[in-house]
Design a binder for this molecule. Structure first.
Ligand code: NAP
Length: 455
């Protein structure tokens, strides 16, 4: 039987070998999901909420095990992993508390004696998830999904199977009935087959544009609803009146946390010329303080990238950008003698035609683009095929809001880095995807929005 190996990105050692599931094992999980659905959907919201609260408690109780697995499999810093686990637990509690409100029938006045919209679960949703936030990405789909009354099957990224199994164990330990959530260790071909199965009602993907095209076209072929959370190249627009100290601190955090492997990380730093030199000088100085090292060591502030092949791809994008005229202010190369480390890098004078301008840099590389004024900043911010998030930095909140409203993206923040938060809808426009996760929009994505009309 085919198998795959996972490698610790800090030390290059093998972590685990995972066998791909057989057709019989997949069939058993699809059948279990189908039979679990009616009972799960029939529970009250209060009952499902109690399970979610137990799941939150379980995450907190096992946080050290979960952190160790995240760090071994994809290199996340220990403190970042612990923060992610806490955020995931809090999201379970958030949906336990708020689902009843989000799912209340909505009365619609018409000439009927009663007309309203109600929300009903649809069955088993397949989730294809990435490795960069291996717990949070799953929970931000799963917590609302379970509260909605749906059941789920997860195909996690092939470098984080241990995280997937810990999620399954946590759900089982919370007493959530068998079949409500399970994990499929399968490859992309098997995933396409599972998506075709009649028992899968919809699919959600968080991942690259390449995966999005493949899964969305399979879902389209089967007329199944899909949500696509894809890549981004978020603009970080700094206007002439910005508080540079605040903006620089935010820039470093947004670009270099999680080794730069965050979909909503600021990636293109668009600086108006009057503050560009001052910003760049402070940005370089603050970024130098990021120290590469063992992600389990709390003194480390720059993690390894998740895989050596991803690091090598990033380096190619940097080299090509430099060949086309970008200047390296800091870094610009792999960390010497590391398995998957890449130096914290700042490229200046980035412009059209360079990978750093047009593509997503999914690692610790900042692209600085200098512009004349606010109008050019908006034009450049929107000169991308992506539309996930963007931020604007200015002392004038009304001016910031005006610019934010012109950004072509799913979330525009003023004087704050773009973040995901259970209270706020999250998702992209343009080629960053479609559909929303989190808040009320997220819980409604995989429900039948049913109109009831009683004449
Ligand atoms: P990826 O290579 O697209 O993988 C994501 C998931 O899709 C993995 O489970 C992967 O499985 C699976 N996959 C890939 N190709 C597939 C196919 N043809 N059919 C079925 N499944 C397929 O992306 P990644 O490198 O893990 O993640 C980084 C990307 O995700 C970045 O572009 C980032 O911006 C994006 N992202 C977006 C968001 C958002 O909310 N918008 C959040 C986080 C990350 P295997 O591992 O087995 O290949």
């Amino acid at each position: 039987m085919a198998s795959y190996k996972t490698i610790n990105p800090f030390n290059g050692q093998a972590v685990r070998t995972v066998e791909l599931m057989s057709s019989a094992a997949i069939e058993q999980r699809l059948a279990a999901a189908e039979s679990a659905f009616p009972q799960w959907a029939a529970l009250s919201l209060a009952q499902r909420g109690d399970y979610l609260r137990k799941l939150a408690a379980g995450f907190r109780a096992r946080k050290d095990d979960i952190q160790a697995t995240m760090t071994a499999e994809m290199g996340k810093l220990r403190r970042e992993a612990l923060a992610e686990i806490e955020k995931s637990a809090a999201a379970c509690e958030y949906y336990a508390d708020h689902a009843a409100d989000y799912l209340k029938p909505q009365p619609i006045p018409t000439e009927a004696q009663n007309s309203y919209v109600t929300y009903q679960p649809i069955g088993c949703v397949m989730a294809v998830m990435p490795w960069n936030f291996p717990i949070w990405q799953v929970i931000r789909f799963l917590a609302p999904g379970l509260m909605a009354g749906n059941v789920a099957l997860l195909k996690h990224a092939s470098n984080v199977p241990g995280c997937a199994d810990l999620l399954r164990e946590a759900v089982a330990a919370a007493g959530i009935p068998e079949g409500v959530f399970d994990v499929l260790h399968i490859d992309n071909e098997q995933a396409a087959e599972v998506l075709r199965d009649r028992r899968i009602k919809a699919v959600t993907l968080t991942g690259s544009e390449r995966a999005g095209r493949s899964i969305a076209s399979n879902a389209g072929d089967q007329l199944k609803k899909c949500v696509m959370e894809l890549g981004g190249s978020d603009a970080f627009v700094v206007l002439d009146d910005a508080d540079l100290e605040l903006a620089v601190a935010a820039a470093v955090k947004s670009r270099f946390d999680n080794a730069g492997q965050t979909c909503i990380a600021a990636k293109r730093f668009i600086l108006v010329e009057s503050i560009a030199d001052a910003f760049v000088q402070q940005f370089v100085a603050a970024t130098k303080a990021r120290v590469y090292g063992d992600p389990n060591d709390d003194a480390t502030s720059l993690a390894p990238m998740a895989r050596a092949d991803l690091r090598d791809e990033l380096h190619k994008q940097v080299l090509e950008s430099v060949n086309k005229g970008a200047t390296v202010l800091l870094g610009g190369e792999p960390v010497a003698d590391s398995h998957a480390g890449y130096a914290a890098t700042i490229l200046d004078n980035v412009g059209p035609g360079m990978p750093a301008y047009a593509q997503e840099l999914f690692g610790p590389v900042a692209a600085v683009i200098r512009v004349k004024d606010e109008a050019e900043a908006v034009r450049v911010a929107n000169d991308t095929s992506f539309g996930l998030g963007g931020s604007v930095w200015t002392a004038d909140a009304a001016r910031g809001e005006k610019v934010a409203l012109q950004l072509e993206c799913g979330a525009a923040f003023v004087n704050s880095v773009v973040k995901s938060d259970a209270r706020l809808p999250f998702g992209g426009s343009k080629r960053s995807g479609f559909g929303r996760e989190l808040a009320d929009h997220g819980i409604h994505e995989f429900m039948n929005i049913k109109t009831v009309y009683i004449a």
